[in-house]
Design a protein around this ligand. Structure first.
Ligand SMILES: Cc1cc2nc3c(=O)[nH]c(=O)nc-3n(C[C@H](O)[C@H](O)[C@H](O)COP(=O)(O)OP(=O)(O)OC[C@H]3O[C@@H](n4cnc5c(N)ncnc54)[C@H](O)[C@@H]3O)c2cc1C
Ligand code: SF4
Length: 387
């Protein structure tokens, strides 16, 4: 009997792996630790770049589309609220214990566990966690989302409209003092998207971005940066040295303008910190369970950087999406497709049986049309007919 590929993590990368494997006729079992699919993307208010977003208004529309396709994919099974506890055996015959103690057999494992935003509480100069009007980029993103708490309106914590926004780049990245010398790669782009969106909605707003360098590197990203400037976003080169709350809750920001060699100070309704990225929660523990390595930045390590960038450091374990470092959605989708092809090729090399058209789900059980299991319990014929 064919064994499924076990995909750990149900963000856009993990879903894409499952969808492409299904197209290739390879069964998969996707385990997602939370109660919903999509990872971080459903929270996004808009997705950059703007020139070709396939008609999706926000991140959730996109992940809903992937989820609908996954429900129709006969060779994919999804289990929510599920994680991997232990792995025995070797490629292509892994035995995996899930968090409820149940066991599944899998031919290979794909890690698509994404990232976690840096928590800036420890960087006292910004006052995050102390001043209510200092927020993180993820909080700003959710505020700008029409599905979010303010219906997409930019407001201070006291509910008053926010018209003066400061955005501080590189918070928690490119900072040797805290052991994070690396660039998080997408915060310049998502911050520029946010700044541009604020100006588009309210041309009277004042939006100032404090940056070290602006790294908007992909197709359409530089154009988005130009558009932000045309809309009136100001870019000031320099590190913010201090944020301080004023009596009315506004935030005074001090920085050194390193282009003009002049100090800068200004008052803002809101300050957003463009936080860098860290590996998924418990990455070290997952690496131990799977027997794979992590790089100095904490993200999972590829065995061969150039030739097989999606192979982890153990045979039969593969890496997709932000599990290897920060990337935009499109690159996660490219990764997901590449990993599905790589896994299929690796299984073919082992002579492992790949195709079994009689099977309808990864565990050989019939799927409940349009439903995912919300626990790690596999569904049986009986439990399905009673739902
Ligand atoms: C503020 C902000 C704005 C952004 N804006 C954009 C944008 O406009 N355009 C763009 O292209 N990109 C944007 N991004 C980047 C985008 O969020 C990522 O590209 C995308 O989320 C990466 O998808 P992923 O599947 O690799 O990881 P994630 O989205 O992190 O998903 C990983 C999934 O794995 C699950 N998981 C983690 N650990 C385990 C485990 N041990 N067991 C089981 N499941 C597990 C998680 O619960 C999650 O569901 C933005 C990011 C931020 C922070
Ligand atoms: S992408 Fe931009 S904001 Fe993020 S760490 Fe790199 S230079 Fe700084």
């Amino acid at each position: 009997m064919t064994k499924p590929v076990c995909i750990v993590g149900g963000g856009v990368a993990g879903m894409q792996v499952a969808l492409v494997l299904n197209t290739l006729g390879v069964a998969s079992l996707l385990v997602e630790k939370s109660s919903a699919l999509g990872g971080r993307v459903p929270l996004l208010s808009k997705t950059f770049p703007f020139f070709n977003n396939d008609g999706f208004n926000d991140g959730k529309e996109f992940t809903d589309t992937l989820e609908r396709e996954l429900r129709l994919a006969l060779l994919s099974e999804v289990r929510l609220n599920t994680t991997v506890d232990r792995v025995d055996g070797d490629f292509p015959d892994f035995r995996i214990r899930l968090n409820d103690g149940s066991m599944v057999n899998a031919s290979s494992i794909v890690v698509a566990t994404g990232f976690t935003p840096f928590d800036p509480t420890s960087l006292k100069e910004y006052g995050y966690g102390t001043y209510p009007n200092v927020v993180t980029a993820s909080e700003l993103e959710w505020m700008l989302n029409a599905r979010g708490p303010t219906g997409g309106r930019l407001v201070r914590r006291d509910g008053k409209p926010a018209e003066r926004l400061a955005i501080v780049f590189c918070v928690g990245s490119r900072n040797r003092r805290i052991g994070a010398p690396f660039c998080s790669r997408i915060c310049c782009s998502y911050s520029t998207k946010q700044a541009s969106t604020v100006m588009e909605r309210n041309p009277r707003a004042v939006v100032v971005c404090f940056y070290m360098d602006v790294r908007t590197y992909d197709r359409g990203f530089e154009e988005m940066y130009s558009l932000a400037q045309e809309r009136g976003v100001r870019y000031v080169r320099g590190r913010v040295s201090q944020c301080k709350q004023l009596a009315d809750g506004s935030i005074s920001v001090r920085a050194e303008n390193t282009l003009l060699s002049r100090p800068f100070s200004g008052e803002f309704d809101l300050v957003s910190l463009s936080t860098g990225m860290r590996p998924c929660e418990n990455a070290n523990e997952l690496a131990r369970i799977l027997g794979i390595g992590c790089g100095p930045d904490g993200f999972f390590l590829s065995r061969e950087w150039f030739r097989h960038p999606h192979d982890a450091t153990r045979d039969g374990v593969f890496l997709a999406g932000c599990a290897t470092g920060m990337k935009p959605i499109r690159n996660c989708m490219i990764d997901g497709a590449a990993v599905a092809a790589r896994v299929t090729a690796a299984l073919r090399e082992t002579g492992s049986p790949l195709f079994d058209r009689n099977r309808t789900t990864a565990t050989g059980l019939h799927p409940a049309a349009g439903e995912f299991s919300t626990s790690s319990e596999p569904k049986t014929h009986d439990s399905l007919s009673s739902t």
